[in-house]
Design a protein around this ligand. Sequence first.
Ligand SMILES: [Zn+2]
Length: 305
Amino acid sequence: MYNIEEFVSRLSREEKKHLIQLLSVDDMNESGRFENGNYCPYCHTKHVIKKGIIRKHQRFYCLECKKYYTVYAKTILNYTKKDIVIWKNYIKMMFAPKPKTLKQIAQELSICYRTAFNWRHKILKMLNDKFMNDNLKGIVEADETFILTSHKGQHITGIKARKRGGASKYRGLSHEQTGVLVAVDRNKDIVSEVYGTGKISDTQVVKVLSNRIDKESLLITDGCIAYKNFAWCENLKLKQLKAGKSQGNGIHLNTVNSYHSRLKRFLYGFNGISTKYLNHYLAWFKFTQQKNNDCGFLFNNLILQ
Ligand SMILES: [Zn+2]
């Protein structure tokens, strides 16, 4: 067997230092980032060279735009001081079939609660930015659902805190209910976004759905006038169901309504969600509903790209 100790003992001080650096560099291929060759993440040229090590990662220098970067440039891992293994374990726990709470995650990974909280939202923001751009086609069902508004984490005078879950003291639609518009097609592509409070308006429908539905689609909604105006503006075929009642022949709102109930069940599993972050949780739930929802996929395709 090759005698490593003997080999190392023959190295100069400088060579030893270099060897340590080489050994501590993360395996670049593991991340999949440079699978198609190493290119500059800023100007996309392949005109790049290796230039030193920074925080245990190989650093590169772009000869075109003169910028430095590592394998994590433009990802949430870029400025993190924590080890990538902690991030991977974090994601594993977060996206487990039964997600661990922030408190549990913080304890198990020996990170502080605030860090666990910030990471959750960094990851969800990334998910929201990169994963919520579906376009819908074919038969598209659209309908609103309402989630109890929560000012958790914000100090607003004049609003009494409600116990977890709780019930709104107002009946029907009110400012205490946050409206979420969900549209799904039969390929399981999904658009879901907070639109505001109360009954949905023309502009709110446009804001969420404009340019997201293929022109050849059939849009199915309840009798709300805002959808009628939207379909007219976008030149879409529209079928409106009175009181949401199904008509047979696949003309129903069952897909979107079942999505609503699963979404609510998912949201109820958390200890109250601040309305400010509701879009993040919509992205999280949407991710759990995809075919490719394992954390390896998430890590390679969303976090590292
Ligand atoms: Zn460049």
